[in-house]
Write a protein that binds this ligand. Sequence first.
Ligand SMILES: Cc1cc2nc3c(=O)[nH]c(=O)nc-3n(C[C@H](O)[C@H](O)[C@H](O)COP(=O)(O)OP(=O)(O)OC[C@H]3O[C@@H](n4cnc5c(N)ncnc54)[C@H](O)[C@@H]3O)c2cc1C
Length: 447
Amino acid sequence: MKRRTFISNIGMASAGLALMPTACTKSEDTEILILGGGISGLYLAYMLEKVDKDYILLEGSDRFGGRMFTRTDINRDVGGRGIGDKYAYMLQLIEASGAEMIDITEYMNSPSAIYMNGKLRHPWPEEEVKPASLQYMALGKSDYLKGLDSWYKSPEWDEAYSSFLSRNGLTQEQIDLTNISANYNDIRETSALNAHHSRAFVKYNGSKRVLNFKGGTKAFIDKVVAMLSKPLHANKMVTHIDDQSSGVRVKCQDGSSYRAKKVVSTLPFTTLRDVKMNMAFNENQKKAINTLDYTNITQIHLTHSEEYWKEDGIPMGMWTDTPLERIMNMSALPDETEMACWVNGKGTAFFDKMTEKEIADFTIKTLHKMRPASKGKIEYLGTQNWGKYPYNKGAYIEFGVGQAAWFEDMIKPVGNLYFAGEHTANNNRGMEAAAESAMRVFNELMT
Ligand SMILES: Cc1cc2nc3c(=O)[nH]c(=O)nc-3n(C[C@H](O)[C@H](O)[C@H](O)COP(=O)(O)OP(=O)(O)OC[C@H]3O[C@@H](n4cnc5c(N)ncnc54)[C@H](O)[C@@H]3O)c2cc1C
């Protein structure tokens, strides 16, 4: 493929690409502008290359991949990395890129201990249900969605997730425990439809094994970028989208501007709502762009120098009622020493006020208290706060009660502006959702 990629101001040495700073103060024209260089934007670029369509991709941060993110300062994957073995769209791109995969299913199923009310317990007491299982037990009592594409058309299940769990037999204590363990901001506000959709995705997608990218997600993203021949500009934070009769004009924070016949936004609604736009959005679109919430996740990344869990005989993974919430084994290979505390939703506010040093000290001290055997064997690496990360402001879309009814309208093209991204997908979740949305928009653009 002819190499004429213009990657502005971005260190892509590992992809073997030359640095080419672009001072785009004058307007650049193209057929299709792709806003956002996460996996949905890159996937769309890959599809457009196949039919030889001209495009320019604008990415606000200094790297590509978006929520697929290897933080090189701490050498850790901090975003999406688990690929199901039935992720058809993603596997197609993975194959085309030549990226190598490793199977991490075994690590995903590692056992967990529990630390509550100052006591560490393992094995799990027979009479108690594991936090992770509580919600699945309740979901198991209800019917599946008829199909994945019916998820947002099921108003009978559009209720607070906590009400659904309560109707299906969970006690208040169990609901509180679920609020720590479930990947939502607050299950008293989030719609049960999010959980029904996730559960249906597991069933209908049918993935049984989980794969990771060998060498980290950056290795894959670099390979995808290297496959693309058209301009990919980093450090282009979009501030204005102006739909004019002659086409669309997009302006960036650095003063550069671009014109195109059509524009595809893959931006999360949390950042798109800061962009000034002049289109005649429908009412549901307006509400969705302005108010849809994303789940806050804060990960505290750690490394261990010794396998202290072999000393005390309790698994490394733990569910806790401390502000650290969950302690997870993040290693994908036997010689890796990755672990992280994974804090969801409202619990993230506890760490938002702290300095990095305070987070490190608190984490190590709390771990030592829970696991005396870990003393001197755990080191703090860094914190990834997705809620405060300026390019996403949240980890993934989370529909509140009543908001799923906006879905059909919110993904409709308006004028020459089209929508892609994880939040606009119908049948899938996560990275596969992002890829699905790129395929949908590709078809919309081609008709
Ligand atoms: C911690 C975590 C764990 C996850 N785990 C999994 C998993 O195991 N499996 C799975 O399938 N999925 C997982 N996901 C979800 C998955 O990573 C995402 O769904 C997917 O990567 C989203 O891709 P996207 O292209 O839609 O959005 P993004 O990756 O967010 O791409 C949007 C891009 O737009 C850019 N941008 C934002 N605003 C502007 C602007 N104004 N101008 C220009 N550019 C802008 C951003 O920098 C970003 O690069 C996880 C996500 C997180 C955060």
